[in-house]
Design a binder for this molecule. Structure first.
Ligand SMILES: [Zn+2]
Length: 65
């Protein structure tokens, strides 16, 4: 038997082990997605941010995008 994965309803955010929500009947998805995907386009930005934290001076990071 495979271990059942905890899932979460996309509609009402209820946690369940069923593929359909027992509350509203909506679709559920795995509640624990992989930490990152190879296609993560923000990974590079995150790495840069981490490197910045490591450095001594503070750079201008104030631009909100
Ligand atoms: Zn639901």
């Amino acid at each position: 038997m495979r271990p059942r994965l905890l899932r979460v309803c996309r509609k009402c955010n209820r946690y369940t082990f069923e593929q359909t929500c027992p509350i509203c009947g909506g679709p559920t998805e795995i509640a624990h997605p992989p930490p990152f995907s190879p296609d993560d386009k923000y990974l590079e930005l995150r790495m840069k941010a981490l490197r910045r934290e490591d450095g001594p001076g503070t750079q201008d990071m104030g631009s909100a995008g």
